[in-house]
Design a protein around this ligand. Structure first.
Ligand code: NAD
Length: 256
């Protein structure tokens, strides 16, 4: 295997939810591998800071604001990106939120907000960018799922998040099979607990945090860059025969 298999020189990669956390680490990793990275997020201020940081490190980056849950905004952003930057080779569907609400207290709008972003957002972007990728006969998508798509985690309640991530796993496999002959690959990574704003509430709650660490054989949280390295592998030609896979990155959580 050549080093070139792990490079993305001359390729354009869109990363949703890239203004901070895991998405930011993915954007930085793909830029380091040579990609022109398009940071897509609702948070314009943080997005602009990341564009400057990547450019300052010698990489290429641009920012496009959109909400993945709004199909109209996604479609408009796709047009803007293709017109301003050219064809997209890699799409990382990373944007996500969590609501820690017990099932019996869950309001319909809480349920819907998580499903609309964490599952609907992945579909909206996969469809809008996939249309171009399938027509071009090439592309690689990586969806950021979670171990919560495979097992329930505790003690925190998060039924909507778990249901959405389970949906992402089968959405990934379904798209992979539909598009397998077109040259477009679709894979997912399923992280365990990572130290980002998404896990802030649990990290500051000793009961939750101690359980998380006890349930993780490696006894620590993952770091965003440990997720980003796997995303690079799935985005790049290094994984050219892999499609429909959900790669777990969890310090052993789901092995126990
Ligand atoms: P984070 O809260 O730090 O960052 C999420 C980013 O997504 C933010 O920049 C936010 O502005 C953006 N975003 C949220 N909703 C959006 C929308 N509708 N449209 C566009 N952008 C939007 O979270 P994170 O921990 O970096 O999570 C990134 C992904 O990783 C999520 O899909 C999450 O479910 C998944 N994940 C996280 C963990 C973890 O432990 N942190 C574990 C497993 C999976």
């Amino acid at each position: 295997m050549a080093d070139a298999d792990f490079r993305l020189d001359g390729k354009r990669a869109v990363v949703t939810g890239a203004a901070r956390g895991i998405g930011r680490a993915i954007a930085e990793r793909l830029a380091l591998a040579g990609a022109h990275v398009i940071i897509a997020d609702r948070d314009e201020a943080e997005g602009a800071i990341l564009v400057d940081a990547i450019a300052g490190a010698g990489g290429k980056a641009a920012f496009v604001a959109f909400d993945v849950a709004q199909p109209g905004m996604v479609a408009a952003a796709v047009e803007t990106i293709y017109a301003s930057h050219g064809a997209v080779d890699v799409l990382v569907n990373n944007a996500g939120i969590v609501r820690n609400v017990p099932a019996l207290e869950m309001r319909l709008d809480d349920w819907k907000s998580v499903l609309d972003i964490d599952l609907g957002g992945v579909f909206n972007c996969a469809q809008a960018f996939g249309r171009h990728m399938v027509a071009a006969g090439r592309g690689s998508m990586v969806n950021i799922s979670s171990i919560c798509g495979e097992v329930t985690v505790h003690p925190q309640p998060q039924v909507s998040y778990n249901a959405a991530k389970a949906g992402v796993n089968l959405l990934t496999k379904s798209l992979a099979v539909e598009w397998a002959k077109s040259g477009v690959r679709v894979n997912a990574v399923a992280p365990g607990y990572v130290g980002t704003q998404l896990t802030l509430r649990g990290r500051s709650n000793p009961e939750w945090f101690d359980t998380w660490i006890r349930m993780t054989p490696m006894g620590r949280l993952g770091e965003p860059r440990e997720i980003a390295n796997a995303v690079l592998f799935l985005a790049a030609d290094a994984s050219s025969y892999i499609t429909g896979t959900v790669l777990t990155i969890d310090g052993g959580y789901t092995a126990m």
